[in-house]
Design a binder for this molecule. Structure first.
Ligand code: CUA
Length: 318
């Protein structure tokens, strides 16, 4: 399961490879500093330990040395300048990458406490589970992502794919990834954004080209319209659900909460806080804060019978 370890030391995408390289450069420089400082400290401890023939007198004391002061000012300054220039070079190289025609475009909006994910050119809207194609170096299909916030500052971070990028209200930030290997990569909001900051996961599935095309086709189909859940669908349409949620092809067109057109294609509820099963879905509709304290969706105050019907309807949204 090493592919799912959210570690910057297991990169699978160009920006993440660059960050690991930079991390090794910084670790190398700081390791040399550590060895010198710790080595001198150990040397001084041994060399100048209290002699057996201690006569109680202090050794000669040294006050002020221009050379030493200059050295410990200039050398750290040079080290910081080198670290700054190396880092700036990496940042520039990543930001200079222009968007090729074959790139997939995604718009992500951070909310308290979930991620809205839009594929504007594909007509897909989903939440919390990002799906992108693998980018074969012979035929690169990178993904270019714009980041916006609906409320407070969040931070987009999928350690194996790219560095952190702040998600700021009234500003559009950009990040790109070109995953070289299919798999599932865990991401997380990386900027404290309120009570459920920790409950704001962003799992990324990198698909083969064919699998990604299949996923796109499935997401593009309108919501199912099963006759056997007609009652649940009508109930859903008559409730406040439709003010916040969209189910494509129905009158539900709210945008405050996640799009539910294919809610059952997602493996978790509440941005990764709990597995998406019939039981948890029902519990969520009943009272979201029982699963995710602070969640902005209110308890729907439905009777058990109504709860069963609405849940049965939602379960058909595959
Ligand atoms: Cu969103 Cu922390």
């Amino acid at each position: 399961m090493s592919t799912t370890t959210p570690s910057i030391f297991a990169p699978v995408s160009t920006p993440a490879f660059a960050i690991r390289e930079l991390a090794f450069v910084v670790l190398g420089i700081t390791a040399v500093i550590f060895i010198i400082v710790a080595g001198l400290a150990v040397y001084a401890l041994i060399r100048f330990r209290r002699p057996r023939t201690d006569d109680g007198r202090e050794p000669p004391q040294v006050y002020g040395s221009r050379q030493i002061e200059q050295a410990w000012t200039v050398v750290p300054l040079l080290i910081v300048v080198v670290l700054f220039l190396v880092t700036a070079r990496y940042i520039y190289a990543l930001e200079a990458r222009s968007q090729p025609a074959a790139a997939l475009e995604i718009a992500i909006v951070g909310h308290q406490w979930w991620w809205e994910i839009r594929y504007p050119k594909l007509g897909i809207v989903t939440a919390n589970e990002l799906h992108v194609p693998v980018s074969d170096p012979a035929n690169p299909t990178p993904t270019f992502i714009t980041l916006q916030s609906a409320d407070v500052i969040h931070s987009f971070w999928i350690p194996q794919l790219a560095g952190k990028m702040d998600v700021i209200p009234n500003k559009t930030n950009r990040v790109w990834v070109d995953p070289k290997r299919v798999g599932t990569y865990v991401g997380q909001c990386a900027e404290y954004c309120g009570l459920q900051h920790a409950g704001m996961l962003l799992t990324t599935t990198v698909h083969s080209t064919e699998d990604f095309a299949r996923w796109v086709a499935a997401q593009q189909t309108p919501a199912t319209n099963d006759a056997h859940v007609r009652e649940g669908r009508e109930l859903f349409s008559s409730l406040a659900c439709v003010n916040c949620h969209t189910v494509r092809g129905t009158t539900a067109n709210g945008v405050f909460g996640p799009d539910l057109t294919h809610v059952m294609s997602r493996s978790t509820i509440g941005a990764g806080v709990i597995a998406n099963t019939p039981d948890t879905l029902r519990a969520w509709v009943d009272d979201p804060s029982s699963l995710k304290p602070g969640a902005l969706m209110p308890a729907m105050k439905l009777s058990r019978n109504e709860l069963d019907k609405v849940t049965a309807y939602l379960l058909t949204l595959r």
